[in-house]
Design a protein around this ligand. Structure first.
Ligand code: FES
Length: 111
């Protein structure tokens, strides 16, 4: 297997994000929000999310695989996650997580 495949990078530097239980994989550029991948995979064009300030918490997901492919959890995100009942160590607010250079698989919580 080549390093190209191991990192999850696709042609054009796109990152593969698989969204469960939808079973859909979408590809986005590094630097995009995980929420953008979630919306693309869900076919949702408009949401009632808070668009990133982490107030609504509807974008809560579990990272099943590839956590190292995401930006680190910052204090503001950690503080919000600590207030969500049922949040796990693998939890992320997808509006706060930014794609890096590795493939990621996430599980929807509120679907
Ligand atoms: S979009 Fe509102 S908390 Fe993430």
């Amino acid at each position: 297997m080549s390093g190209f495949l191991r990192t999850g990078l696709r042609r054009g530097g796109l990152i593969a994000v698989t969204v469960l239980p939808l079973g859909r994989t979408v590809e986005l550029a590094s630097g995009k929000r995980l929420l953008d991948a979630l919306l693309l995979a869900s076919g949702v064009t408009e949401t009632e999310d808070c668009s990133g300030p982490a107030r609504c918490r509807i974008c809560h997901v579990l990272v099943v695989r590839g956590a190292r492919g995401l930006s680190k959890v910052r204090k503001d995100e950690r503080d919000w996650l600590d207030q969500i009942a049922g949040a796990e160590p693998e939890s992320r607010l997808s509006c706060k997580a930014v794609l890096g250079n590795h493939e990621v698989t996430i599980q929807l919580i509120n679907h």
